[in-house]
Design a protein around this ligand. Structure first.
Ligand code: ADP
Ligand code: ZN
Ligand code: ZN
Length: 843
């Protein structure tokens, strides 16, 4: 009876029949999120923070991040279906999504732009993404259970190097093919890459070991010694091997052998003997595929024991962290801040949290990674733009899986998927390179790092020998804690600083091109003592411009309002703003004279001249031109560390945080271009640069000195640098900032208007400035004005500067007004093609 009754009732609606929608972040600069409908069968599979595949527009199929799941259909359009689910776990964590929203709001850009910058492209799939066979997978030998469609894909890949997603779609004649790709990835049969250049090639090292029977069989090793006795060179190789791999103590050690390079690089061993032993079958050569991130099992070391000053600083920091979330460590160059960080990182890891260690410059990561690797081994991940996309994806996944608990990286590391941070370290916090200019998001990794820590309840430690005025102000007003280290580590003292008046030296005929006699003589002296020298010049290339002696013609960029720099090594004139380049002309194109002359000088010229003036010096240059290749930083730094080179010439790159123990002289070739810069931060910047570059000298034991060449030695800044007088600098600067209403007393937003027609750019800027003045008030809006470099990449520029009060609620409202004004401007038909960029907190 009851059965009969029930029969007429409709079945209980199962929960999986609920109609769900997903708001997704597409990696595109779209003003809002789009809503897609989730097919019922995927209701349990779609997760916030995971990737799904959707169609956008009429053709494009791409992956995006789910930001929200709900039951509300979009009001103004028919939602398309989610096509496929890529992840069974989120790849973007909840605190990350919050941070991304903050970045988009604060820096006035779209969430899509943030996601696009954040995700390594290996995690951003589109119809153009490609797959290849996994390098470890051999379809002939490895027996995987594959679906028919999967087999089809593998078969096609065996015949083709790679397939795009759309090709896979065509191959299978299916719309929903992503699940097969996903399954093959999980089975480790294929991998994904975005560009042809990103194809995965495993890193192989050549290794050698003793042939097995010498180790396994009793007495064979002794016999080998007897055999080799008449060949002392071969015997040396064997002895050396046994020293590195003591198989007589533990025969299992032999299996891993040693890197062949460990033997071949040893200057005391003969390369041909090594090869003879391989031919004879005494040594056996084999290849080993290594991870791109070497796992340093078992070699972990304890951090260095902290000195009394360091211990005190550490205790003060931990003490302040009890009350404050943020502490600034103001420690002179060489005071040993890095070791304090290492100790604090260890402390944080021991209590189970994650740590992010931010650095402003890739050049710096090379040295610091070595120091951190020793202590943290395979818990340490490294993240920067010289890594291939696969490597970056590996770090991303490694943080999610818990493999990496501490990550050291540059600016973009603030995008990484941490979820349990307990400490963020922002080293060299004063550095302008923490700010991204182009493209959006124009974020500052210092502020973003602070917000990231705040969202995850972590502490932030900022460190610098020359703190930014803004950060120091935060300490003075009690928002942040302040800890100071005023002495260098150990016996080391701050270097002596000497000024050389180049104008006077010129009159006295004491200048050898750009080198004063004093500087040259000191370099020579240091090299004789087997010490090392760093020379700093603010510009790369050979000369910032060339000019014709006859008619004063100066070559300019076709697309930008700047002169072309001369690069001698490839005989090119090059624009440092857009990359345009042409061959250096032989005669003047204007008057035909052969009197083209290079004016001013860059690092390339310094290197060139020094090689002529001091032929015995081993000079190496570090600037943008010599560090294009992936490992070039590492190479230059390790050559200098090991003493293969003894003079390092470079741009800003050589000034930041590098630690070389044998550098006893630093030369600044031309201080004047650094001081005379039209910006309210010019003074602060110059101080930071001089102190930082000086700080590379005399870091261990040996006393160091600094020579600054200038035409104007009476500039007051030099006194502050010489006496390392940050306090006076700070007091002077903060008063000026207050008087003129600059940060930290206000917040600045720079709005740049760009158009190919200079009149249109100008008119649009006037209209925009007027609208902004109406919205924000007369005091708040400055400009428009034409910037010093008024044309870049064929677009004429106009700038409007907006100063806003610091409080957050008004700031939000003001940004809304600015966005609205820009939006309205773009609607005006007079200004078609106008581009407007808002840069929040420009530096
Ligand atoms: P900073 O970052 O403050 O400029 P570093 O951390 O690079 O200074 O330290 C300067 C030098 O002193 C480095 O060569 C470092 O190895 C050495 N040093 C610092 N602390 C210690 C320590 N506790 N024991 C041994 N050497 C140390
Ligand atoms: Zn000419
Ligand atoms: Zn250009």
């Amino acid at each position: 009876m009851s059965e009969l009754l029930n029969f007429n009732y409709p079945p209980e609606p199962a929960t999986d029949r609920v109609t769900l929608f997903a708001d997704v972040i597409l990696p595109l600069p779209l003003p809002k999120l789009y809503t897609y409908r989730i097919p019922f069968e995927m209701n349990d599979e779609v997760l916030v923070g995971a990737r799904v595949i959707v169609q956008f527009g009429s053709k494009k199929v791409l992956s995006c991040i789910v930001a929200d799941i709900h039951e509300n259909a979009p009001a103004d359009y028919q939602a398309k279906y989610v096509l496929d689910v890529l992840d069974d776990k989120p790849i973007v964590t909840a605190p990350q999504l919050k941070l991304f929203k903050w970045i988009a709001d604060y820096y006035m850009c779209t969430l899509g732009e943030v996601i696009n910058a954040a995700l390594p492209s290996a995690l951003k799939l589109s119809s153009e993404s490609r797959i290849q066979l996994h390098p470890h997978y051999n379809p002939e030998e490895d027996e995987l259970v594959l679906a028919a469609q999967e087999e089809k894909i593998i078969f096609a890949l065996q015949n083709n190097q790679a397939l795009t997603f759309s090709e896979v779609g065509n191959l299978l004649q299916l719309k929903s093919y992503h699940k097969f790709i996903k399954s093959l990835i999980q089975k480790e049969a294929i991998i994904i890459f975005e560009q042809v250049s990103d194809r995965f090639s495993p890193k192989v090292v050549k290794k050698v070991r003793l042939s097995e029977h010498f180790v396994q069989e009793e007495g064979m090793l002794e016999e080998l010694f007897n055999q080799l006795a008449p060949q002392p060179k071969q015997l040396d190789v064997l002895l050396n091997y046994l020293q590195l791999v003591p198989v007589h103590q533990d025969i299992h050690l032999n299996y891993m052998g040693v890197d062949k390079a460990a033997l071949t690089n040893n200057p005391h061993l003969s390369a041909s003997s090594i090869n003879t032993l391989i031919k004879k079958g005494v040594l056996e050569q084999f290849d080993k595929i290594v991870s791109r991130f070497p796992m340093d099992h078992g070699t972990q070391q304890l951090p260095m024991a902290l000195s009394e000053h360091q211990l005190q600083a550490k205790d003060e920091i931990l003490g302040l962290f009890k009350e404050k979330d943020t502490v600034l460590l103001h420690g002179v160059t060489g005071s040993g801040k890095t070791e304090v960080y290492i100790d604090l990182i260890k402390h944080a890891l021991d209590s189970g949290g994650q740590v992010l260690y931010l650095l402003p410059e890739i050049a710096l990561t090379a040295q610091i990674v070595t120091r951190l690797m020793k202590v943290f081994g395979d818990k340490l991940g490294v993240y920067h733009s010289k890594f291939s996309d696969n490597e970056r994806a590996e770090v991303w996944q490694g943080i999610l899986s818990g493999r990496f608990q501490v990550v050291v990286g540059v600016r973009s590391s603030v995008f990484l998927p941490f979820h349990d941070l307990s400490l963020v370290i922002i080293d060299e916090e004063h550095e302008a390179s923490y700010k991204q200019y182009e493209p959006a998001p124009r974020y500052n990794a210092r502020e973003t790092g602070l917000m990231m820590a705040h969202l995850q309840g972590a502490k932030t430690l900022l460190g610098s020998a020359t703190p930014s005025i803004e950060s120091y102000y935060n300490c003075k007003t009690g928002r942040w804690g302040l800890v100071s280290m005023t002495k260098r580590f150990g016996e080391a003292r701050l270097p002596d600083i000497e000024l050389v008046d180049t104008r006077r030296e010129q009159q006295r005929k004491n200048m050898h091109s750009h080198f004063s006699a004093k500087l040259l003589q000191d370099i020579e002296e240091r090299l004789k003592r087997h010490e090392q020298v760093i020379l700093f010049q603010n510009r790369r290339g050979y000369a910032p411009f060339i000019s014709c002696d006859e008619c004063s013609w100066i070559p300019k960029c076709k697309f930008c309002a700047v002169s072309l720099s001369y690069h001698k090594f490839n005989n090119e004139l090059r624009c440092h703003y857009c990359g345009y380049h042409e061959r250096m002309p032989h005669d003047c194109p204007a008057c035909g004279a052969t009197t083209l002359r290079s004016m001013g000088f860059g690092t390339e010229k310094v290197e060139d001249e020094l090689k002529l003036l001091l032929p015995d010096a081993e000079v190496q240059r570090m600037d943008l031109d010599t560090t294009k290749k992936k490992n070039s930083y590492q190479q230059i730094i390790s050559d200098f560390e090991s003493g293969r080179t003894n003079v390092l010439v470079g741009t800003q790159m050589v000034t930041k945080g590098l630690d070389f123990e044998n550098v006893s002289l630093v030369g600044i070739l031309n201080a004047d271009t650094i001081i005379n810069f039209p910006d309210f931060r010019a003074h602060e910047r110059a101080y930071q640069l001089f102190v930082q570059v000086s700080g590379r000298a005399g870091r261990k034991g040996k006393p160091g000195s600094v020579i600054i060449q200038t035409r104007d030695p009476l500039q007051p800044i030099f006194n502050k640098v010489r006496s390392n007088d940050y306090q006076t600098l700070y007091e002077h600067e903060i008063e000026e900032r207050m008087r003129f209403g600059y940060p930290p007393f206000t917040r600045m937003i720079r709005v740049t208007v760009k158009h190919a027609d200079d009149k249109i750019a100008e008119n649009a800027a006037i209209v925009l400035a007027k609208d902004l003045t109406d919205r924000l008030g007369k005091q708040q809006v400055l400009g428009p004005e034409v910037p010093y470099i008024f044309k870049i990449r064929n677009l004429f520029l106009q700038e409007i500067h907006i100063k806003l009060p610091r409080d957050t609620t008004n700031l939000k409202a003001a940004k809304g007004q600015i966005a609205q004004a820009i939006f309205n401007l773009k609607l005006l038909s007079d200004f078609k093609g106008i581009r407007v960029v808002a840069d929040v907190d420009p530096v």
